[in-house]
Design a protein around this ligand. Structure first.
Ligand code: 73E
Length: 829
């Protein structure tokens, strides 16, 4: 470190954060002229965005450094959030809001000849995630920083985020998202952090001098993990936490055997392959594709993160027995489950701890969050693949399983069925490793993400484990969203109106303060302003739709009915579009006089399908075909418009969520673990039509059932109905038959094209219960139409919903994790 006599010099020149227009502008110009090597003559909007971001970044790094120093000095327990996805979206606007510098920066860039809103649009979305799971991780790091928890996120710095979606002839076409094409001001490359990660190879078994068995894994391929740090500023605090994302690089060590045999070309090429590990995010939501490269990503990221954490722990010179006083790790789904095995390997093979002591440390370190019960999403890996890629880890998994099954056998003697049901190894062809079971066995707490879901996992997929471990190992933490991004940033007008009544912005840190808005639900001046904000937000969305699709929405007073989320049969966009077709047929049948009684409506869809998910892609095509017919039918006019917004992402969600009158959360009951867009829409004053599924249940409880439109079969009946479909047959309701006939009669393009979609419902069991819920859905939609006609009542529902949505802040969720699972405290307590 720096000698004492030099420290005064350092202190004299300690970096000053900008805190005025002058100091901002000074830094901005310096970044344009030095960092970007430009000048006032060639500073375009992109350069201005970058200079602005560099200036903010300087402030963040200053606080980031102090935060890390403070956390190190305090030396308390830290939490590490392991997630294969962080769907962060844009950073600039969020940083301006969280550091409360937005007004100052807006005025400064105005002085400099730019418009802040335009600069913000220049930033590419950091779209390193698929959907809800990745966005949850992003909301959680925001809340961890805002709540001043000593916390790090760990993930992968994919070079390509989720693909960009184009719609061509109504079909989804995927194009690569090379989000790093310009210099990314929001990351700090830590080239000095280089962690070797091994794959393949073999295991050496030896004995030490005392005759104790030792295992030593000799890797066969090595890559280097380098760190990229993303500062995560909290709201209204100087606390800036770290999100560390790993990138794969080739080793500089050479394969000399190949090199010397004259195969220089291949030797270099092998090394180049290292980079593919972190090249691209797998674009499947709620689906396990089981590809070798995916498992490589998982081990690469987890091994690098654990190495980092252990290095930090070792600096404190504590004994291993204190590891769990210093470290909590949360597994965001099973994707990082191999961390359980890797930590056990490090402790036993490298640190020489006895198995049982190591295992106790491991299980007390990890917590596991389950996000889905869908069988096709539950991760399994072929034993054979593990044997090749991670041979020592497979041995350890066998041992973990053996010891686990031995205790089960003691507890439930002679129940062979039970043993085979709960074994980590599935005795199938090929044999597979059940990652969820490994995650349960290696963690001290397992949680679901909404009450209904957490109950479901206890009674279905993890039932046997409740019997074995007792119910207290299983808990619930209902998801949440950050009100900074999803209210203040996405809906500045509503935030301002709320602030005017609550007297401060304190609700952004304690969202339950919104409750006070109830007092104004009948205040006619407030109601009017509230409605005006919604109208303005709808106008903003109309502009976006026009830009992206060229579709004109003629009537901003129409009911905006929105469903934006990943396209999936279980989320039932098909149910929605069938409802739209039904409405269309009703309009067509009506006389011109009768048509006047229809409430004008705009049906808005958006979302990506996994590239290989044929049924979901058909749904997108159907929506676009229906849009084409309806939008061009003069009989319909302004009564109904249908829009598919292409390339749904976080920054589009920020414009869409504030503009809904109604949003749809209509999954087959028991399939959507939580949902989080439901929370975003409610927080922005939209009402919901939904099934009794996921967090809809708690939303209903919080905002009152008079303020939500529920419909459909309940989760406890779904299995029985499916069974009955299979063995007793079933009949679709006439209303749905009529819709299907219209599709088959080529009313929306070539009906033949949608045959597979139709047949899965008509003849192949209707797994998602579209037919069973259709009539109930239509009834709920009728109720919506009725309610919407009474504007005053509708706005009142909207206000009361927002007033009672405080529970859905991710701050609340994080506090629950901290207390109930991590045993971690905020730095100020
Ligand atoms: O209900 C959502 C939930 O709100 C759930 O489907 C989603 O997680 C959200 C946050 O808890 C989710 N994504 C995945 N599993 N559940 C998943 C699975 C495999 C790959 C990618 C994503």
């Amino acid at each position: 470190s720096i000698p004492l006599k030099s420290r005064e010099t350092w202190k004299k020149f300690a970096v000053q954060k900008f805190d005025s227009k002058d100091s901002f502008e000074n830094s901005f110009v310096r970044h344009v002229e030095t960092t970007l090597a430009r000048s006032l003559y060639n500073c375009d909007e992109l350069a201005a965005y970058q200079a602005t971001s560099e200036t903010i970044r300087d402030n963040l790094i200053t606080d980031w450094n102090k935060t890390q120093q403070k956390q190190t000095a305090k030396d308390q327990k830290r939490v590490y959030y392991f997630s294969l996805e962080f769907l962060m979206g844009r950073a600039l606007d969020n940083a301006l809001i969280n550091t409360k510098t937005r007004d100052l920066v807006r005025d400064s860039v105005d002085d400099l000849g730019f418009n802040l809103e335009d600069l913000i649009q220049k930033e590419p979305d950091a779209a390193l995630g698929n959907g809800g799971l990745g966005r949850l991780a992003a909301c959680f790091v925001d809340s961890l920083s805002s709540g001043e928890y000593p916390a790090w996120g760990y993930g992968i710095r994919y070079q390509y985020g989720i693909f960009a979606q184009k719609i061509i002839d109504g079909y989804q076409v995927e194009t690569p998202d090379y989000w790093l094409k310009f210099n990314n001001p929001w990351e700090i490359a830590r080239n000095e952090i280089q962690i070797p990660i091994d794959f393949y190879g073999y295991v050496e078994h030896t004995k030490n001098d005392n005759g104790v068995k030792k295992s030593n894994w000799i890797g066969g391929e090595r890559v280097i993990a380098t760190a990229f740090d993303f500062p995560v500023p909290g709201y209204d605090t100087k606390n800036v936490n770290n999100l560390r994302l790993w990138s794969a690089q080739p080793t500089t060590e050479f394969d000399f055997a190949k090199f010397n045999s004259g195969d220089y070309q291949n030797s270099v090429q092998d090394q180049q392959r290292a980079e593919t590990i972190t090249a691209v995010l797998y674009p499947n939501d709620n689906f396990d594709s089981g590809k070798e490269l995916r498992l490589k990503q998982q081990y690469f990221w987890v091994a690098a993160s654990l190495h980092d954490i252990i290095r930090r722990f070792k600096k404190s010179k504590r004994p291993w027995s204190e590891f769990t006083d210093q470290v909590a790790i949360q597994l965001n789904d099973t994707h990082p489950t191999i961390a359980i095995v890797e930590l056990q390997r490090i402790l036993v093979d490298l640190e020489g701890l006895p198995w049982d002591q190591a295992w106790s440390i491991v299980t007390n370190t990890f917590g596991y969050t389950n996000h889905t019960v869908l069988p096709e999403a539950l991760e399994k890996w072929p034993v054979e693949l593990f044997q090749r890629l991670l041979p020592r880890h497979l041995e350890i998994i066998y041992d973990i399983n053996l010891f686990f099954l031995q205790t089960v056998e003691k507890q439930f003697p002679k129940d062979r069925e039970l043993l085979s049901r709960v074994s980590v190894i599935e005795e199938s062809q090929p044999r597979q490793i059940r990652m969820a079971y490994l995650a349960i066995i290696g963690s001290h707490k397992v949680n679901g993400v909404a009450e209904l879901h957490s109950e479901l996992i206890k009674t279905t997929i993890f039932k046997d484990f409740v019997k074995i471990y007792g119910v207290s190992k299983f808990t619930n933490v209902t998801n949440g969203i950050t009100p900074r991004r999803w209210l203040k940033q996405a809906n500045p007008e509503l935030a301002e109106l709320i602030e005017s009544k609550l007297g401060s912005d304190a609700y952004l840190k304690d969202l339950t303060l919104l409750k006070k808005l109830e007092e104004y639900a009948d205040d006619s001046d407030f109601v009017k302003k509230w409605a005006q904000v919604k109208t303005n937000n709808k106008a903003r969305l109309i502009g976006l739709i026009k830009r992206l699709t060229n579709i004109e929405i003629p009537n901003p007073e129409a009911l905006f009915d929105i469903q934006v989320k990943r396209i999936h049969e279980y989320k039932r966009q098909q149910l929605n579009i069938f409802g739209v077709i039904h409405r269309y047929l009703q309009i067509k049948k009506a006389s011109p006089e009768e048509r006047k009684s229809f409430a004008p409506k705009v049906s808005i869809f958006g979302g990506k399908s996994a590239p290989g998910y044929y049924a979901a892609k058909l749904i997108i095509k159907l929506i676009n075909s229906v849009a084409e017919t309806i939008n061009n039918d003069p009989d319909v006019g302004d009564l109904l418009k249908v829009v598919f917004i292409p390339d749904y992402n976080v920054s589009k969600a920020e414009i869409i969520a504030p503009a809904s009158d109604l949003s749809e959360h209509i999954s087959t009951a028991g399939t959507e673990a939580s949902g989080t867009s439901n929370m975003k829409f409610v927080l922005n004053g939209g009402l919901i039509i939904g099934t009794v599924d996921g967090a809809n249940v708690e939303i209903t409880r919080e905002i009152g059932e008079e303020n939500i439109f529920l419909f459909g079969n309940l989760s406890e009946n779904v299995e029985e109905i499916r069974y009955s479909h299979r063995y007793n047959g079933y009949q679709l309701p006439e209303s749905l038959e009529e819709v299907i006939s219209a599709i088959e009669a080529n009313k929306f393009g070539d009906g033949n094209e949608f045959r597979q979609l139709v047949e899965s419902i008509k003849y192949h069991g209707d797994h998602y219960l579209v037919g069973d819920d259709f009539e109930s859905y239509l009834k709920a939609q009728e109720l919506v139409d009725e309610s919407f006609k009474d504007t005053k009542e509708w706005v009142k529902k909207s206000i009361l919903s927002v007033a009672n949505s405080g529970f859905f802040s991710s701050d609340r969720a994080i506090n629950e994790y901290a207390e109930g699972i991590w045993n971690v405290e905020s730095i100020n307590t």
